[in-house]
Design a protein around this ligand. Structure first.
Ligand code: AMP
Length: 535
């Protein structure tokens, strides 16, 4: 089983020749900025302003201490931190040390964390005592049984100084150490896949490919040292991490302002206070911001650009952004697996309102194919296939799933339904993957269905997307049960299995029998039609 599927040699050469891959670690941008503008603010987190010098020093201190403690280059880490400066300091530290993390979302629970620990067998665990699972050491003990190699657990706000993450970041008396050589063609970290299967899949991202996507995105979005970027979505999301996200802002020498949530009062306050120029939002959050302004909240003056991505953004809402929020709009359609599309800042407004942009790179090889694998004409709806300089080539140790997700030519089949115009701009019009996109958070139907099926009364289960005015979609579980079960009992059943709350079905419906397709599978299309009529 492979940890990482490399690109073919001819493409590796091409990507180097064309300057996409520059054989430097993702941290090189931070090093450059720490020298060029050591005193500039890199991260604003509450009242703390962390300079580029301090970001560089604290991440180096942690990296050296981790290596000193016996965690080695190439080892794995599972990290779960909230939106705070320590998230980035830790991420840079692990990249500098060559320790490969996965960054779990803070709203992930036991099920997700167990799965990451099971898959990666980490030596290091970094979490927060503010998370309900890490209030005491019971769950850590459980994780140690799943991965017997866990050597070190560090926590934000741990009462014991030996395992308090902040103590490990102190730069003053940090030991000097030898830096490992980081091979830029190697895996830097694992990104989270939205997934459509039972187990959350991990996406190996290399220094070369991720760094390219960050640099190119920073250029497309015209980031400068004056950029002040609001991070109000969960920091590990690929979108706010790298499109251009916080990493793009650090690369350009700007400032990342941390927010706990996209709630408008909180965010407008932060924008005002810190002169934020740019924010990355999902459509449901833009909806909240637009409503808040209509209800009388003053839109912040400093905001120049709002990016919207992660889920379908209704054209009617898109048209309101410049008028109501008084700033430019940029649509972003990307995926943690790689490909990212942007409307360009100088595109005409019709294009910005009606498309989800075009790829970063001329060597993003995007195909729009019909169900038989034939190319679709411009404007026709088809499935998006892609390969390119920052689109991965295989999930971590998932040979069976990789066979389904990739074809023999290395194209990743994203499961999105798109239309492409003659200029290469894409419109996302649907999906074939069995997933619910709940306000930008992805839910793999199979994962929830398999947990529902563990309930003794549940005979058959199907999770389908139900349109929702606020979130875009919500999860609706359709069940065939032996005996009547109360929805509250089913939700409890799911919670008891440690599932993240956003994956809980918003609605539960019981039917006598499932409609079936010709080959005897549950016919979700037919289910959607009948169930949604009865909402
Ligand atoms: P993730 O890997 O979690 O970032 O999710 C990527 C998926 O989110 C894509 O494959 C799409 O299904 C969906 N997505 C991302 N951006 C957009 C967008 N602008 N419009 C519609 N769907 C989107």
């Amino acid at each position: 089983m492979t940890d990482f599927t490399p690109w073919p040699n001819d493409l590796i050469q091409l990507y180097r020749q064309k300057g996409y891959w520059i054989d430097k670690p993702i941290t090189h941008g931070l090093r450059v900025q720490a020298e060029a503008r050591p005193d500039s603010c890199a991260i604003q987190c509450g009242t703390r302003a962390i300079s580029y010098r301090d970001l560089d020093k604290a991440s180096s201190a942690l990296a050296i201490r981790l290596l000193d403690s016996g965690i080695a280059q190439g080892d794995h880490a599972v990290v779960q931190l909230p939106n705070c400066a320590e998230f980035y300091i830790t991420f840079f530290a692990l990249l500098k040390a060559g320790i490969r993390p996965v960054n779990a979302l803070f709203n992930h629970r036991a099920l997700e964390l167990r799965s990451y620990v099971q898959q990666l067998q980490p030596k290091l665990l970094i979490g927060s005592r503010a998370h309900p699972l890490f209030k005491d050491d019971t769950f850590t003990g459980e994780l140690r049984e799943i991965s017997q190699g866990i050597e070190l657990c560090l926590f934000l706000d741990d009462p014991d100084p030996h395992s308090d993450l902040r103590q490990w970041l102190l730069a003053d008396d940090a030991p000097a150490g030898n830096w490992p050589d980081i091979a830029a063609h190697d895996v830097a970290f694992y990104q989270l896949s939205g997934g459509s299967t039972g187990t959350p899949k991990l996406i190996p991202r290399t220094h070369n490919d991720y760094d390219y996507s960050v640099r190119a995105s920073a250029e497309i979005c015209e980031l400068t040292p004056q950029t002040r970027f609001l991070c109000a979505l969960p920091a590990p999301h690929n979108y706010v991490l790298s499109s251009p996200g916080a990493l793009g802002v650090f690369f350009a020498g700007g400032t990342v302002v941390m927010a706990d949530s996209p709630e408008p009062n909180l965010c407008f306050d932060l924008i005002e206070k810190h002169g934020v120029t740019m924010a990355a939002l999902v459509p449901s959050a833009v909806g909240l911001w637009l409503e808040a302004v209509r209800a009388g909240l003053q839109p912040p003056d400093s905001l120049e650009l709002v990016q919207v991505g992660g889920a379908s953004f209704a054209e009617t809402l898109a048209r309101q952004v410049p008028e109501v929020l008084g700033c430019k709009l940029q649509q972003v359609f990307g995926m943690a697996e790689g490909l990212v599309n942007y409307t360009r800042l100088d595109d005409n407004s019709e294009r910005i309102f009606t498309t989800q942009g075009r790829p970063i790179c001329e060597d993003d090889d995007v195909r729009v194919r019909d169900a038989d694998g034939h190319d679709c004409a411009d404007g026709e709806t088809g499935q998006l296939w892609v390969r390119g300089p920052y689109t991965f080539r295989g999930y971590f140790r998932s040979p069976t799933h990789n066979q389904a997700a990739f074809d023999n030519d290395g194209f990743y089949h994203s499961g999105d339904l798109v239309q492409r115009d003659q200029d290469g701009y894409l419109r996302v019009v649907g999906r074939v993957k069995d997933q619910i996109n709940r306000g930008g958070e992805k839910i793999a139907a199979e994962e929830v269905e398999s947990l529902l099926l563990r309930h003794p009364e549940v005979l058959e289960a199907a999770l389908i997307a139900q349109p929702d005015a606020r979130l875009g979609e919500r999860g609706c579980a359709v069940l065939v049960a032996r005996n009547p079960v109360r929805p509250v009992a089913l939700r409890r059943h799911l919670i008891d299995q440690g599932i993240a709350e956003y994956k809980l079905p918003d609605r539960i419906v019981f039917v006598e029998a499932m409609p079936l397709t010709a080959v005897g599978k549950i016919n979700k299309r037919a289910l959607r039609e009948t169930i949604l009529e009865t909402q």
